[in-house]
Design a protein around this ligand. Structure first.
Ligand SMILES: Cc1cc2nc3c(=O)[nH]c(=O)nc-3n(C[C@H](O)[C@H](O)[C@H](O)COP(=O)(O)OP(=O)(O)OC[C@H]3O[C@@H](n4cnc5c(N)ncnc54)[C@H](O)[C@@H]3O)c2cc1C
Length: 487
C-alpha cells in the first residue's frame, strides 16, 4: 500500500525534526523557498534552554518562562515544554550531537536574560542553530524529498475543507506546480522581515501564516512581536544579532558617555526580560542617545563568540580597540501566529503548524530567551505523533482553482515603504493613531488571492496581509486595555 503523503513547508528546526519523526512511515516532502540552510534556526546563537544542570529543575524553568511571558502563557504548553526539554537534550546527545563541554566533558551552560540560572546549552560557541540544523539535515534518509528554491504560494483544500495540497513555484523560473497531500505542516517561521530592522533571515516574511489566513485558519495574538535589544547596526542598518549570551558573560549596555542604561531599571539590570530592556533602549534612543554593548568585562570574547566576531570583522567594526559594539533594538520573534492545540493541529482539518509560525500560547506576551529552539523540537514531535494517530479514511482530492498563475490584478507598496509603515505602527510603542494610519495606508492597495509567480511580489502580498491582521489585533488590544483602565 502506498504511504500517506506529508508535505512540510520549511526546513528550519521545526520542519526538519517533524520530517525525521515521520520519514519512516510516510512519504515526506519538504519545501524551502531558498537554500536548505536559509532559516532563522540556522542563525540561532545563544542556544537551547533546558533544566539539565544538577542544581536546576524544570519547575524553575517553568517559573522563568511565565515571568518573562507576563503570566499570559498557556500553562499546559509551558509545562510540556520544560518537562520535555531534558529528554530532547538527552536524545540529541545520544544521536551524536555535541554541545559545548569543559575539557573534562561536563556540559557548559550559558546565562541569558530572565533566566534564574545558567541553563542554555550551546554548540560551536554561538553557532548552535547552524550546527543543530545541519545535524538534522544530515540525518534525513534518502526517502525524504527535498524541494529547495520552491516557494509555496497557497494551500489547497478538498471539498470537505480539509488541507489537501499546495501550490508552489520554482523561484528561479516561476514555474507553477501543484501537489496533493494527506497531511500538511506549516513550519515557515515568523515574520521578522515585515520590519526593516530585524535579526531575521531574508526568507522570513510570514508566508505560511498568510497562506493559513487565506484558507480561514484561526490566528492568535498576531501583534505579539518580540524586539531584541541588541541588533548590531552598521551603516544605519541592522546587520545581525549580538546574542544575549554576551550580556550573560558580563557585557553592559551603555550610552555614548558610558552611562549604564539598565542600572536601576530592573533588578536583573542588563539581563532583564527582553521586552523591558528593549523599551528602555528605545526611549534612550528617542532621547538622542547612541547605544553600545560595552565588552570590557567579557573575557575571551572572540573564542566564545566566533560567529559574532566574524560578523563584526566583515563589517570592519573596530570592537577590539573600542571594546564596544553599536546596537539598537529590532524585530526578532513572533509570539503569535497560526493558532494550534498542543499537538500542532490548526482549526483547518489536516493542517498543522509548528515552530515560530504556530501559536500554542507557550511564550505568553514575551518569549523567554532560548525557548524557541526548544519549542521547535517539542511541538514538532507532538505534531508528528498526532499525524501518526490520525486516519485518513478516504482519498482526498485537492480543489485546484481554475484561474491559476495570474500575475495581474495586484497593487502593492514598495517593500521598504511597507517596512517603514509597519515599524511606525507596530514597533515597541504603539498608538491607535499610528495603527489606524497603517490600516488606511494598506487600504490603498489590493492584494487578492490570485496566484503570483515571483517571490518579491508574493512576499510583499503576504507581508501586507499580515500587517493588516497585526494592526487590527494590536488595535483591539489597545482598546481593550483602555476599557480595562477606565473601569
Ligand atoms: C539571529 C537569531 C538568533 C536566534 N537565537 C536563538 C537562540 O539562541 N535560541 C532560541 O531558542 N531561539 C533563537 N532564535 C529564534 C529561533 O531561531 C527561531 O524562532 C526558530 O529557529 C524558528 O524555527 P522554525 O523551524 O519555526 O522556522 P525557521 O527556522 O525560521 O525556518 C523557516 C523555514 O521556512 C521556509 N519557508 C518560509 N516561507 C516559505 C514558503 N513560502 N515556501 C517554502 N518554504 C518557506 C524557509 O525557507 C525556512 O526553511 C533566534 C532567531 C534569530 C533570527
Amino acid at each position: 500500500m502506498a504511504k500517506e503523503k506529508v508535505i512540510i513547508l520549511g526546513a528550519g528546526i521545526a520542519g526538519s525534526q517533524a520530517a525525521l519523526e515521520l520519514a519512516e512511515d510516510y512519504d515526506v516532502h519538504i519545501f524551502t523557498k531558498s537554500a536548505l540552510l536559509a532559516s532563522n534556526s540556522a542563525l540561532a546563537q545563544g542556544g537551547i534552554a533546558a533544566a539539565v544542570h544538577p542544581d536546576d529543575e524544570p519547575l524553575s524553568h517553568y517559573r522563568d518562562t511565565l515571568i518573562a511571558g507576563h503570566f499570559e502563557n498557556n500553562r499546559k504548553a509551558v509545562r510540556l515544554l520544560v518537562e520535555e526539554a531534558p529528554h530532547i537534550i538527552e536524545e540529541l546527545r545520544q544521536a551524536g550531537f555535541l554541545f559545548d563541554c569543559t575539557p573534562n566533558g561536563k556540559l557548559l551552560f550559558g546565562l541569558e536574560g530572565a533566566h534564574s540560572a545558567p541553563r542554555i546549552l550551546h554548540a560551536g560557541g554561538d553557532q548552535t542553530g547552524l550546527l543543530l540544523t545541519r545535524f538534522l539535515h544530515d540525518r534525513f534518509p534518502a526517502s525524504v524529498k527535498l524541494h529547495t528554491y520552491e516557494m509555496a504560494s497557497s494551500i489547497l483544500l478538498d471539498q470537505d475543507g480539509h488541507a489537501a495540497g499546495i501550490r508552489t513555484f520554482t523561484t528561479k523560473d516561476g514555474h507553477c506546480h501543484f501537489y496533493h497531500c494527506d497531511h500538511l505542516i506549516i513550519a515557515t517561521g515568523g515574520a521578522g522581515q515585515l520590519f526593516g530592522n530585524t535579526s531575521n533571515d531574508a526568507s522570513i516574511t510570514g508566508d505560511g501564516i498568510a497562506m493559513a489566513i487565506q484558507v480561514g485558519a484561526a490566528i492568535r495574538d498576531l501583534s505579539a512581536i518580540q524586539f531584541h535589544p541588541t541588533l548590531y547596526f552598521a551603516n544605519g542598518r541592522a546587520v545581525g544579532l549580538v546574542s544575549e549570551a554576551v550580556r550573560g558573560q558580563g557585557a553592559v549596555l551603555v550610552d555614548q558617555s558610558g552611562r549604564a542604561l539598565m542600572a536601576g531599571e530592573h533588578p536583573l539590570a542588563d539581563l532583564a526580560p527582553r521586552d523591558i530592556v528593549s523599551k528602555v533602549l528605545f526611549r534612550a534612543q528617542n532621547a538622542g542617545c547612541s547605544i553600545f554593548l560595552d565588552l570590557s568585562k567579557v573575557t575571551d570574547f572572540e573564542a566564545k563568540f566566533p560567529h559574532i566576531t566574524a560578523m563584526l570583522d566583515e563589517n570592519q567594526e573596530p570592537f577590539r580597540q573600542t571594546k564596544k559594539i553599536p546596537v539598537q533594538p529590532g524585530a526578532h520573534f513572533l509570539m503569535g501566529g497560526i493558532a494550534t492545540n498542543l499537538s500542532g493541529q490548526t482549526s483547518v482539518p489536516d493542517l498543522y503548524a509548528i515552530g515560530e509560525a504556530a501559536s500554542t500560547g507557550v511564550h505568553g506576551s514575551n518569549r523567554l530567551a532560548s525557548n524557541s529552539l526548544l519549542e521547535a523540537f517539542v511541538f514538532s514531535k507532538r505534531a508528528a505523533d498526532q499525524i501518526k494517530r490520525t486516519t485518513i479514511s478516504h482519498k482526498k482530492m485537492a480543489i485546484i482553482p481554475k484561474k491559476d498563475c495570474l500575475s495581474g490584478g495586484v497593487s502593492l507598496p514598495e517593500r521598504t515603504l511597507l517596512q517603514e509603515k509597519v515599524r511606525q505602527a507596530l514597533g515597541i510603542e504603539r498608538s491607535e493613531e499610528s495603527l489606524e494610519h497603517l490600516l488606511s495606508f494598506l487600504k490603498a492597495y489590493s492584494f487578492p488571492s490570485c496566484q503570483v509567480v515571483d517571490s518579491d511580489t508574493l512576499e510583499r502580498r503576504n507581508m501586507c496581509i499580515l500587517a493588516a491582521r497585526m494592526a487590527e489585533n494590536a488595535l483591539t488590544q489597545l482598546r481593550q486595555t483602555e476599557i480595562e483602565m477606565r473601569s
